[in-house]
Design a binder for this molecule. Sequence first.
Ligand code: ATP
Length: 359
Amino acid sequence: MPSPKRIAVIPGDGIGKEVIPQALNAIRATAAPVEFTTFDWGADRYLHDGTTVPADGFSTLARDFDAILCGAFGDPRVPTNIHAKEILLGMRFQMDLYANLRPVHLLDPSLCPLKSAQPKDVDFVVIRENTEGVYGDLGGVFKKGTADEIAIQEDVNTRKGVERIIRYAFEYCASHKKQDGSSRRRLLMCDKSNAMTHAGGLWQRTFKEVAEEFSQITTEHMHVDALCLQMVRQPSHFDVIVTNNMFGDIITDLAAALQGGLGMAASGNIHPGHTSMFEPVHGSAPPIAGKNIANPAGAILTAALMLNHLGLIPESQRIEAAVLAAIREKKLTQDVGGTLGTRESGDWISKIISSFSSS
Ligand code: ATP
């Protein structure tokens, strides 16, 4: 028997602490061969002893685990958000999790704000560069607080970073299928090269060069503003999108709206062959935390994405099917038209998964 997959679990703050237990129950209900180790990183630990990430934290995660499942980080008691930055951005940067994977799939027409959109119309994937761009916090402020203040925020694009995310996107496109079973065939690169000519030029040239290795994939390019318009007007246009860190951050929230909102969206932070991290797209949502009203579906679908990444495909599919059943039976939370609380919705989904697992 293969040894169980080792999962590090970091629920974090706010609704992360409510939705992650539901995601773990969903995984347990599949009977997948996994074992969990929970870490207490987050605002409570930081306020208790000043620790954001223990000294050997990231190396332990990389060495001892097959995957990491995170909730969310951010707490009004830590206004600087220092712990969230050190944990989340630290994990992405120091573990070099360069590919942010965001599947955008409408599970049921009732969840989409667009008139008459069907699940087949919203089935694309955004692959966001996760370690460079403006998120490296390079730059500075000069003459702060004066009328002459200058603020510079550098947009870092390295040949290595751009090439590897583009290659990852081509490989993803070549090896993944749509929900209806057909092959993914089109890769669109999104930038703003008409205004940001230096970085855009590097992305354009690299995209063209790597495309030559993937003759079976059709390529396309759009500026980010045009892409936003098209995503609302005709989401069926998209198959796989690759883009930089900031544009990816923005367009994935727009994309989340097409699939039912932040409560339904899952993501992975991936470095192929390394320990990768999975998290729901939503944040810690302080206004709704502790009220048992947060939608657990995003975290549960994130668990499915993680199992899929670990090669536990039938288990992953059972979780997705159970979430679809929950939408159809209105066994979800109020944000998506249901009536249940976080725990009750999670329990319902886990029960359905168990029934699939035993049949
Ligand atoms: P971050 O910057 O960490 O991404 P944010 O403040 O931009 O966080 P969230 O914390 O994700 O955004 O939440 C914004 C709002 O979206 C919440 O206050 C809540 O109303 C809604 N929301 C987010 N996640 C969920 C969820 N799982 N269930 C229900 N509503 C949610």
